[in-house]
Design a protein around this ligand. Structure first.
Ligand code: GDP
Ligand code: GDP
Length: 437
C-alpha cells in the first residue's frame, strides 16, 4: 500500500521546520556534507486519525545560488508539485503577506495537486484576524496555526487528509511484486531498468501509459507480474532539483515505502558511499526485502579475488543486512541481468512466507535445548511458545514469562535459528517479545 506524501512549502522562517518537528513520528536523518544544508531531519512518517502518511519539509534543503531565496522556493515548489499528494503552503501571520509568498503561489497555481494554506504564528485568538489577507493567495480558507503553541494543527491535518485519494489507486493485486531500484545518481538505475525490461521473456504492459499511474512501470514474465516503482523519476531526468542529492534521497525513500523488494544499486567502480548505507538502512527499517546489485561490473578491474573482496566489503559496511543477496551485473553488457528477476521472486517469497506455529515451535524448542535461555539475578527466561504474527516482513511473537529477561543476544540467537530452518534470505525478520505465563 502506498503512503500518501505531504510536502510543506514556504519561504524561510515561516515555521516549516517547527511544524514538521511537531508532526514528525519516526524520522530519518539525511545528512549531506555540502555546505548550506542546515537541517538533517526532513522526511518523516506521521499518523493522524486513521491515516498514515509521510511528511517532507522541503525547506530543509538549501541550494547555493545568487537569487537564493527565489530559486530555493521555486525548486521546493517544483519538487512538491512532482512528488507530493498534498501540499501544505505555509505563510507567516506575524509578518503578513509578502512578495515571496506570492511568488510561491505562482508556482503552485501550476499544479492540480491539492494545496492547503496554513498561516503560522497565530499565537492567540486576537491574531485570528491576520489570516484574512491570505485569502488573496487564492487557495481558499487559510488555516490558522501556531507552531509555538501547537494550536490549529488538528484542523489543518483534517483538511490535509481529506484530500488523500479515496480509493487506493496503488493497491495492486496481492501477487504483484513491487520493485524499487535505489541508489545515487549515475549508478546505472535507468540502464538497469532498460536492461531488465529488455529481457526476452519480459512483456511490458501498456496500461502504464493509459492509467493515472505514469510513475510506475508494469511488466510480467510467464511466472510473475511486477511493478517497477518510480521509473518516471528515472525518465524525468534533468529537473533542477534532481541535482541536489537530498532530493534524490527523498525520492528514494518514497520509492522504498511503495515497494516490496528494494534493489540497492551500487556502482562497482566507485564503491560504497555513506548515502548508500542510509538508504539501505531505511529499507531495512521499513521491513522491505532487499538485494544488492553491484553494477558496472564490466569496467571493474578484477582477478579471481575481486568479487569475494567486494562481498566482504558489503558485509562489513551493511552489517545489519547480512540476509540480502548480492548480484554482480553489468547493465551495459547485460552480464547476469537475467538473474535479477529470479532473485527478486526468491526474496519476495521469503518476505511473504508464513511458517506454521507447530513447525516454528519445534525449531524454538530445539534452539532452547541446545542453548538454554540465560538467567538474570537468579531468574530464568522461560519461553512458552512462538507464533508468526505478520508477513512482509515476517514478524514472530515470542511469548515469555518476563520480557525484561530477554537479551538482545538471545533474540539474535533465536533469529539465527529461525533463519537456519526456513529460507528467509533477502528479508528482514522481526522478533517481538510478549509476556505470557
Ligand atoms: P522555517 O525556516 O520555515 O523552517 O522556520 P522555522 O521553523 O525555523 O521557524 C522560524 C522562526 O519562527 C523560529 O525562530 C521559530 O521559533 C519561530 N516560530 C515558529 N513557529 C512559530 C509560532 O507559531 N509562533 C511564533 N511566534 N514563532 C514561531
Ligand atoms: P542512473 O542515474 O542511476 O539512472 O544511471 P544511468 O542509468 O543514467 O547511468 C549513468 C551512466 O553510467 C551512463 O553513462 C550509463 O551509460 C553508465 N552505465 C550504466 N550501467 C553501466 C554498466 O553496467 N557499465 C558501464 N560501463 N556503464 C554503465
Amino acid at each position: 500500500m502506498s503512503k500518501p506524501v505531504v510536502a510543506i512549502v514556504g519561504r524561510p522562517n515561516v515555521g516549516k521546520s517547527t511544524i514538521f518537528n511537531r508532526l514528525a513520528g519516526e524520522r530519518i536523518a539525511i545528512v549531506e556534507d555540502k555546505p548550506g544544508v542546515t537541517r538533517d531531519r526532513i522526511y518523516s512518517s506521521c499518523e493522524w486519525l486513521n491515516y498514515s502518511f509521510n511528511i517532507i519539509d522541503t525547506g530543509g534543503i538549501e541550494i547555493d545560488s545568487e537569487d537564493k531565496i527565489l530559486s530555493q522556493v521555486r525548486i521546493q515548489a517544483e519538487f512538491a508539485i512532482d512528488e507530493a499528494d498534498v501540499i501544505i503552503f505555509m505563510v507567516d501571520g506575524k509578518t503578513g503577506l509578502t512578495e515571496v509568498d506570492k511568488e510561491i503561489a505562482n508556482y503552485l497555481y501550476k499544479t492540480n495537486k491539492p494545496v492547503v494554506l496554513a498561516v503560522n504564528k497565530i499565537d492567540n485568538i486576537k491574531m485570528h484576524q491576520e489570516i484574512y489577507d491570505f485569502y488573496a493567495l487564492g487557495f481558499g480558507e487559510p488555516y490558522p496555526i501556531s507552531g509555538a503553541h501547537g494550536t490549529g494543527i488538528g484542523d489543518l491535518l483534517d483538511a490535509v487528509v481529506a484530500h488523500f485519494p479515496k480509493d487506493d489507486n496503488d493497491s495492486y493485486d496481492e501477487d504483484v511484486i513491487r520493485v524499487a531500484l535505489i541508489g545515487r545518481p549515475n549508478v546505472g538505475k535507468s540502464s538497469l531498468v532498460n536492461a531488465i525490461l529488455g529481457e526476452e521473456r519480459v512483456i511490458v504492459s501498456d496500461i502504464a501509459g493509459t492509467t493515472r499511474d505514469a510513475v510506475n512501470t508494469y511488466f510480467s514474465t510467464d511466472e510473475q507480474d511486477y511493478v517497477l516503482v518510480d521509473t518516471a523519476g528515472m525518465r524525468k531526468k534533468g529537473k533542477v532539483y534532481e541535482t541536489t542529492e537530498k532530493y534524490s534521497v527523498l525520492r528514494a525513500l518514497k520509492a522504498i515505502d511503495n515497494s516490496d523488494v528494494v534493489l540497492v544499486v551500487i556502482d562497482g567502480k566507485e564503491g560504497i558511499i555513506e548515502q548508500d548505507k542510509r538508504i539501505a538502512g531505511y529499507a531495512h527499517e521499513a521491513g522491505k526485502a532487499s538485494i544488492f546489485i553491484v553494477n558496472k561490473w564490466d569496467i571493474v578491474e578484477k582477478d579471481d579475488k575481486t568479487m569475494h573482496q567486494f562481498v566482504q566489503k558489503i558485509r562489513d559496511e551493511f552489517q545489519f543486512m547480512t540476509y540480502a543477496p548480492i548480484l554482480f551485473v553489468s547493465a551495459k553488457t547485460r552480464q547476469r541481468i537475467h538473474q535479477i528477476l529470479p532473485k527478486v521472486n526468491e526474496v519476495a517469497e521469503a518476505h511473504a512466507m508464513r511458517v506454521t506455529t507447530s513447525v516454528l515451535n519445534d525449531v524454538i524448542s530445539d534452539a532452547i535445548a541446545i542453548n538454554p535461555p540465560p538467567s538474570d539475578k537468579g531468574r530464568r527466561l522461560k519461553i512458552n511458545y512462538a507464533t508468526q504474527v505478520a508477513v512482509k516482513p515476517p514478524v514472530f511473537a515470542v511469548f515469555v514469562n518476563d520480557p525484561e529477561l530477554m537479551h538482545f543476544s538471545y533474540e539474535r540467537y533465536l533469529e539465527n535459528k529461525i533463519r537456519a530452518s526456513f529460507n528467509f534470505d533477502g528479508t528482514p525478520v522481526k522478533i517481538v517479545v510478549r509476556k505470557k505465563n
